[in-house]
Design a protein around this ligand. Structure first.
Ligand code: DGL
Length: 271
């Protein structure tokens, strides 16, 4: 007999981020689950989260989650690493649908693939200070040593479209030097924007270090949770809605670079 579910399969998945960076996660989710409807919220009025306090980021995250719940989402994905690190546990107090962040998926993947048990983590100041990745990695294997480094210039570089080039690689080299000195064999890109620097990072660190970009691992986790809860949508083409707290035009212009011109309608919604 089919299990009864209170949530309609056609309800959208809610994905949120401080801005457009979380579209890397949305791209992975929509690629793996093309039938799913998705509502994306980018808090462009308050980006960046990476330099803000836990309290402030959690307040924004709560408002966005309540907005998504009002829009009947069947699941929430916190695409932002900083908000995942700071706010996931708090949001679980009132979010009554499955909710996940991005830290777990990346940590599990890194723990699985490291051979020498030395993992590097890069992210925003907030994510690195929270030690969320380190704690999560330890849950899977307490013998793994993680080394972290915040790379505050990476987000503005990506937002300016400086994904490659001599200056970008020079900055990457400076930031990653300490981690490379520790002989890591795996590095987690612990920030929504960093997948766009992946090719440049590869050029700097060489072929022998695994790069963990958690977006596809998160998408697999979404599929697993929806399947387990019997709310996976299996037919019909997914529809997307985008909300931002600041200029829709700017979001559309930059965001379409991430999603291949799938962003048609963007609505402004102040928090
Ligand atoms: N989305 C943020 C993260 O993944 C990066 C941008 C920001 O600082 O808001 O941590």
């Amino acid at each position: 007999m089919q299990e009864k579910t209170l949530v309609n399969k056609n309800n959208p998945i809610g994905i949120f981020d401080s801005g457009f960076g979380g579209l890397t996660v949305m791209a992975a989710v929509s690629k793996l689950l093309p039938d799913e409807n998705i509502i994306y919220f980018g808090d462009t009025a308050h980006v960046p989260y990476g330099t803000k306090s836990k309290k402030t980021v959690t307040e924004f995250s709560e408002k966005i989650s309540r907005f998504l719940l009002k829009n009947n989402v069947k699941m929430i994905v916190i695409a932002c690493n900083t908000a995942s690190a700071f706010s996931l546990n708090y949001l679980r107090n009132f979010v009554n649908v499955p909710i996940i962040g991005v830290i777990k998926a990346g940590s599990v993947l890194a723990a699985k693939i490291t051979e020498n048990k030395k993992v590097g983590v890069i992210g925003t100041e907030g994510t690195i200070k929270s030690k969320a990745y380190e704690k999560e990695i330890k849950k899977y294997d307490k013998n793994i040593k993680s080394f972290s480094k915040s790379c505050p210039l990476f987000v503005p570089l990506v937002e300016e479209g400086w994904n490659d080039g001599k200056i970008t690689r020079e900055i990457i080299k400076i930031y990653l030097k300490d981690l490379l000195d520790k002989n890591i064999d795996t590095i987690i890109l612990g920030c929504t924007h960093y997948p766009l620097l992946k090719e440049s990072i590869k050029k700097v660190i060489g072929k022998n270090i695994n790069i963990v970009d958690s977006a596809s691992a998160v998408a697999a986790q979404v599929k697993y949770i929806l399947t387990k809860n019997n709310i996976l949508k299996k037919s019909g083409k997914g529809k997307y809605k985008f909300f931002v707290s600041d200029s829709p035009e700017k979001f559309k212009a930059i965001g379409n670079k991430f999603l291949g011109n799938k962003i048609l309608n963007v609505t402004k919604k102040s928090l």
